[in-house]
Design a binder for this molecule. Structure first.
Ligand SMILES: CC(C)(COP(=O)(O)OP(=O)(O)OC[C@H]1O[C@@H](n2cnc3c(N)ncnc32)[C@H](O)[C@@H]1OP(=O)(O)O)[C@@H](O)C(=O)NCCC(=O)NCCS
Length: 253
């Protein structure tokens, strides 16, 4: 994918999953939120005339918020950024694939009925948090993140025996729409539920006029990757984080 396209799609994904505070610089952006996700607690640096100075200023911005700086990198990041951060002791963390699929043409039909709602209910959030093994703090933070989404969204829920067994979220902005929070309760996996949720969300995206669906999947998450490849998604580029030593121990539970 071209450098400009990566930068643009990263912007779309960052707006779909909004931080509480954004510091837009000339050639960089730092995002902050009291939240568990790295995307909304990380800085992207695309261009910097004085890279060490920009990194130092971003570190200070996070320090004023009581947080260590985390950087999100792609192949389109400022040249030398990865090496510079490595030299300052930052460790590489979480390689993530960005996959896209065209929404033109025939889309798969859901094999199970799926409900779509424009906002997240407490039940939906409890179901996702339960499937994901979130403790109370992460569940609270999830509510905060989802409460910030202002773009058109569809919260999908597939029920079995009245209870939500599989979920997913779509957020649309113009010709692109992103998929987030796909999960099936462990006892219900490999029965086509996520496939149905995915099909219902792709159909919602196409109906809204989106042309391209995008999603993020952690490298090595084979079940998810196979699910997405089966629905026509292809890997377009990757991103990863540079985190300061000891950062993972600060993740909320
Ligand atoms: C990924 C996940 C949502 C799949 O949910 P699911 O309801 O089991 O998926 P489905 O039954 O609809 O599977 C559809 C297809 O995905 C692929 N797939 C799903 N689980 C798989 C597994 N464990 N191993 C290999 N392929 C798998 C298969 O191609 C499958 O089709 P098939 O069963 O006909 O072979 C589920 O494993 C999950 O909740 N994982 C934890 C959360 C997560 O990783 N979410 C994705 C974040 S990007």
């Amino acid at each position: 994918m071209r450098r400009d396209d990566i930068r643009r799609l990263e912007g779309v994904a960052d707006r779909a999953w909004p931080a509480a505070e954004v510091w837009p610089g000339p050639g960089w952006e730092a995002r902050f939120a009291d939240g568990m996700h790295r995307r909304i607690n990380s800085a992207s640096v695309w261009e910097a005339a004085d890279l060490p100075d920009v990194v130092r200023r971003i570190e200070q911005w996070y320090a004023r918020r009581g947080r260590p700086a985390i950087f999100k990198l792609t192949d389109a990041s400022a040249p030398g950024l990865d090496e510079h951060l490595a030299g300052r002791g930052y460790a590489r963390d979480a390689l993530v694939q960005i996959m896209t699929a065209s929404l033109d043409g025939t889309l798969p039909d859901p094999t199970h009925p799926v409900d779509l709602a424009a906002a997240a209910s407490e039940e939906w959030m409890d179901a996702f948090a339960g499937m994901s093994g979130y403790g109370p703090e992460r569940r609270r933070l999830l509510g905060e993140v989802l409460g910030r989404i202002r773009l058109p969204a569809a919260y999908a829920a597939l029920r079995e025996g009245g209870a939500i067994a599989s979920v997913g979220l779509a957020v649309a902005e113009g010709r692109e729409a992103g998929l987030f929070e796909m999960a099936t309760a462990p006892g219900h996996r490999r029965r086509g539920m996520a496939g149905s949720v995915l099909a219902a969300l792709l159909e919602w995206m196409a109906r809204r006029g989106a042309a391209v669906a995008y999603l993020q999947v952690l490298e090595g998450n084979e079940p998810a990757e196979r699910l997405y490849r089966g629905a026509g998604f292809e890997t377009r580029y990757r991103y990863w984080y540079r985190v300061p030593p000891g950062w993972l121990s600060t993740m909320p539970r």
